[in-house]
Design a protein. Structure first.
Length: 118
């Protein structure tokens, strides 16, 4: 059984979801639930901090694809930060860097949100 945890915090109007463990078919519904709640609350400026993410499967990647249109249609975005090299490689293989801002730090992501709203 894979272990997966989501911790939520916010800073200004941005919600940070820190994800830990393995994001796969068994654990993806937990992240989906969090994203659905944020969309319902109209909290659509989201940073996914992947510093604790050890593994991601195609089902895990599918969660990001499933909600990005809803989030962007509400004027928001998902920024992904601090991925470990082996996890980043999975995102990179599937072309995610062309669809998402994948950044080194949360500060970089906050700056992207700020420059976009000015």
């Amino acid at each position: 059984m894979s272990t997966f945890e989501v911790k939520k915090r916010s800073h200004n109007n941005v919600v940070i979801l820190e994800i830990f463990g393995e994001l796969d078919a068994h654990t993806a519904p937990r992240l989906e639930e969090e994203l659905q709640k944020l969309i319902q609350e109209d909290s659509v400026q989201i940073i996914i901090n992947g510093s604790g993410l050890e593994y991601i499967s195609s089902a895990g990647l599918g969660v990001f694809m499933a909600y990005i249109e809803d989030i962007r249609s509400q004027g928001g975005d998902i920024k992904i930060t601090q991925l470990k090299p082996k996890v980043y490689n999975v995102f990179d293989l599937l072309g995610f860097p062309t669809l998402y801002d994948i950044l080194d730090t949360e500060d970089d992501a906050f700056q992207r949100f700020e420059t976009r709203t000015e």
